[in-house]
Design a protein around this ligand. Structure first.
Ligand code: SF4
Length: 257
């Protein structure tokens, strides 16, 4: 029998949750290997898929111009090779903890496009998206952290979800007070995006589960510097979530001049 507590309001990212305890007590931290592996496989699959489409259409394309299929194969192959070189450079930035590429080619642009690709490919191999999303957010954070961002306290916003445990919520509020930074509880992802639009902070430290974080980063991180702290969900999704307060304070302290 599926039992979902009445005081638990599931976010839409968790619509399909079956009421069973989450794997590993809702702690999805296992390093970043899944992101690298599934992104590389995804880029190869996309390249191969594009090549297969050209192969299917080759007779018709050749009627337009005899060399057209060949030119398309060459273009797709070049793009595929470039995408793997790009992933290599992102990997190097990650290892060296240095921003080697401009933001638009890294965590504020192209990297964001690969977050969902990695989790979808992971699911093809039977890996639940939370594990891959956690890995992807870790990669994103390391790259975002590698850039120097300093803002005044009143230009930083801490965004937290409604599912934090009492202890976690109190801890966040104490950190916000200590550093004189605004903290906002966003009951839904949409509301979080609206707060950012209206308050116009210069940087955001956001707290969310992996699923909400990936969709939030995808929508927001290209426009504004964001660090994303994922939580553990020992009581299942959307209720009594815990977070690493030491990490949160370190990020807030480093952002504020
Ligand atoms: S951040 Fe919390 S409330 Fe929002 S979807 Fe994730 S677990 Fe649910």
């Amino acid at each position: 029998m599926i039992h979902i507590d009445v005081d638990r309001r599931l976010g839409h990212e968790w619509d399909e949750w079956d009421g069973q305890p989450l794997a590993n007590g809702g702690d999805f931290r296992t390093g970043t290997a899944k992101y690298w592996l599934f992104t590389a496989v995804g880029l190869v699959l996309v390249t191969a898929g594009a090549g297969a489409v050209v192969l299917l259409l080759a007779p018709r394309l050749a009627q337009l111009h005899a060399q057209l299929p060949l030119a398309l194969y060459a273009g797709i192959g070049a793009l595929g090779a470039l995408s793997l070189v790009w992933l290599g450079l992102i990997g190097l930035s990650f290892v060296l903890r240095k921003a080697l590429l401009p933001g638009a080619l890294a965590e504020r642009g192209l990297l964001l496009k690969t977050l969902r690709l990695a989790s979808r490919v992971g699911e093809l191999f039977g890996v639940k998206r939370d594990w891959t999303d956690n890995a992807a957010v870790s990669v994103y954070n390391r790259l975002a952290w590698a850039r120097d961002w300093n803002v005044r306290a009143n230009e930083l916003l801490i965004l937290i979800p409604r599912c934090l445990s009492r202890a976690a919520l109190d801890g966040v509020m104490e950190i916000a007070k200590r550093h004189d930074v605004a903290a906002f509880v966003a009951t839904r992802g949409q509301l979080a995006r609206r707060v950012i639009r209206e308050r116009r902070p210069k940087a955001v430290v956001a707290v969310a589960c992996e699923r909400d974080m990936v969709s939030g980063l995808h929508d927001v991180a290209g426009k504004i510097p964001v660090l994303g702290l994922t939580m553990t969900l020992p009581a299942g999704p959307c209720k009594d979530a815990a977070l690493d307060l030491v990490q949160l304070e370190q990020w807030v302290r480093s952002y504020v001049v």
